[in-house]
Design a protein around this ligand. Structure first.
Ligand code: MN
Ligand code: MN
Ligand code: MN
Length: 280
């Protein structure tokens, strides 16, 4: 069985429109799909409007990927099965829009200090309907001829530790988990190994996450080896967490993952997907 509980569309920093992503998932024989754009449910909602699972073999699960702060680091928390209309979610998402705008202003003034005026207006143009993010500043820098390509934009100005790496505006982890749970969803720690925490620090994250009401760990995210999956599965077992899997698909790339993940065999673990399998 193939599912995917972590995907992006043009509503955030993905390359495919929600309709295109749905078509791609159907072509890939995906049976359960969650669109989890960064800090917005517009992609997920757009897909739900144009696709009703009653008519076909795939089921859509409402989703989002929140940015938040834990222990001074940006951590990503997925919300699966959340009700986008719940006041906790509406308020939370509005807070994130403001956070992104404030962050965009700060990135812009930092770039201005480097001699690149008008970055905010330019990046907002690049973003269009999408959530404003660093990739839009990167595209603007390329379009202005300040850098050769987006890679150089991140290497020089926007990547980790660079002047445009502004992170201070995200809500706290516990707050985001609270919104998700209040809105009837399950909170998932996204790509737990991407933060490059020590084993001890990762355990501390899980402890705080569970204390806040979090219940699920993403044990397979994009391409990972069996050893990494095993390590995360052990962590899920220790804390009695459900497990999730997803591609974290953003765009077609020869090296990147495709939409859809073959369910791994995970002895003694509860897949979060089981919540939506029987009621389909
Ligand atoms: Mn992304
Ligand atoms: Mn992420
Ligand atoms: Mn993601």
């Amino acid at each position: 069985m193939r599912i995917d509980f972590h995907t992006h569309t043009t509503a955030s920093d993905g390359a495919l429109a929600p309709a295109e992503l749905v078509a791609r998932a159907l072509a890939g024989d995906v049976q359960l799909l969650a669109i989890t754009d960064h800090d917005t449910m517009l992609g997920s909602a757009a897909a739900a409007r144009l696709y009703t699972h009653g008519a076909a073999r795939m089921r859509l699960i409402p989703g989002v990927e929140f940015s938040c702060v834990w222990s001074g680091t940006t951590v990503h928390i997925l919300g699966l099965g959340v009700d986008a209309a719940h006041p906790a979610m509406v308020g939370g998402l509005a807070q994130l829009v403001q956070a992104r705008e404030a962050r965009g202003q700060k990135i812009s003034s930092r770039l201005e200090a480097c001699g690149f005026g008008g970055a905010l207006a330019g990046a907002l143009c690049e973003a269009g309907e999408s959530q404003l993010g660093r990739p839009h500043f990167a595209r603007w820098l390329v379009a202005q001829g300040h850098v050769r390509d987006e890679t150089e934009a991140f290497d020089k100005y926007l990547g980790q530790g660079r002047t445009g790496d502004v992170r201070a505006f995200w809500p706290q982890l516990a707050e985001v988990v609270r919104w998700i749970v209040a809105a009837g969803g399950v909170a998932v720690i996204a790509h737990p190994l991407q933060y490059r925490f020590t084993r001890l620090k990762l355990r501390r994250l899980v402890v705080d996450f569970v204390a806040a009401g979090g219940g699920c760990l993403e044990v397979l995210s994009g391409r990972q080896n069996a050893d990494q999956v095993g390590r995360l599965a052990a962590l899920a077992r220790e804390f009695d967490l459900e497990v999730s899997v997803g591609s974290d698909f953003h765009r077609d790339s020869p090296y990147g993952p495709q939409v859809g993940v073959e369910l791994p065999r995970l002895e003694g673990l509860r897949g979060v997907w089981e919540r939506w399998m029987t009621a389909a």
